[in-house]
Design a protein around this ligand. Structure first.
Ligand code: CA
Length: 235
């Protein structure tokens, strides 16, 4: 890595903040830390980080308030950190503009993957540069061909319905990132679409049956329980 990306960790639990910092420092990132929301907000302005890792439970303010304030003037990538029991918060955070989330406790690999993906997606504006150039997205043996409106798995053309293709196409454009049920539904069926995710779930089950070797152990389409879906990210 030639340019060292600067990551601001806003987390009041010192042990967690130091774990994150150690992992990222070890990978060549530069890290800075804030223990409170106020400190975090002022460090965003004064240190211009490339990415923020944001704990939702801070002593002086709610992480969601920081996100809300930040999103009023900045598209700086934010990866939210939260406890497993707070699924609603994660969904809210994603719908309010967080780029991704990590569930405590998380491991090194997961942390690095989320950080890498969030930074890569800002670098390539909407994350579509490669797709725009080649017209395809591929991961493992899955290829999404955006020009031909086709999905190939292990070289075979998968017969998808239009809705199924649009879901796969959308997840492919944001590969590696979780998209909430609501975000997918609004993107596919418009802002006035109901928030029930039954149709989406049925579509996802059908897509899985068509593209996964074993739908119970997906290689490509992952469910983030209570939150949304994520498509595997290619190298
Ligand atoms: Ca906390």
């Amino acid at each position: 890595m030639n340019i060292r990306e600067k990551v601001l960790i806003i987390e009041d639990e010192k042990s967690i903040a130091q774990f994150i910092a150690a992992v990222l420092d070890g990978q060549g990132y530069e890290t800075i830390q804030a223990r409170t929301g106020q400190e975090g907000l002022s460090m965003i302005s004064s240190h211009c980080p490339d990415l923020v890792i944001l704990d939702l439970g801070l002593p002086d303010m709610d992480g969601l308030d920081i996100l809300r304030q930040l999103r009023s003037w900045s598209s700086l990538p934010v990866v939210v950190v939260s406890a497993r029991s707070h699924e609603r918060d994660k969904v809210t955070a994603l719908d309010q503009g967080a780029d991704d989330y990590l569930t405590k406790p998380f491991g090194t690999g997961e942390l690095l993957a989320r950080v890498r993906t969030a930074i890569r997606h800002t670098r390539t504006t909407s994350g579509n540069d490669e797709i725009a150039q080649r017209g395809t997205y591929s991961v493992g043996e899955l290829v999404i061909d955006y020009n031909k409106h086709q999905v190939l798995v292990r070289g075979e053309n998968v017969k998808l319905t239009l809705s199924e293709f649009r879901i796969v196409a959308l997840l492919g454009k944001h590969a590696g990132k979780v998209l909430t049920y609501d975000a997918i539904i609004k993107e596919l069926w418009g802002p006035r679409a109901g928030s029930g995710n039954q149709i989406l779930r049925v579509n996802m089950a059908n897509i899985r049956r068509k593209i996964e070797r074993n739908p119970a152990e997906p290689e490509y389409l992952f469910t983030e329980v209570g939150v949304g879906y994520r498509l595997a990210e290619g190298e």
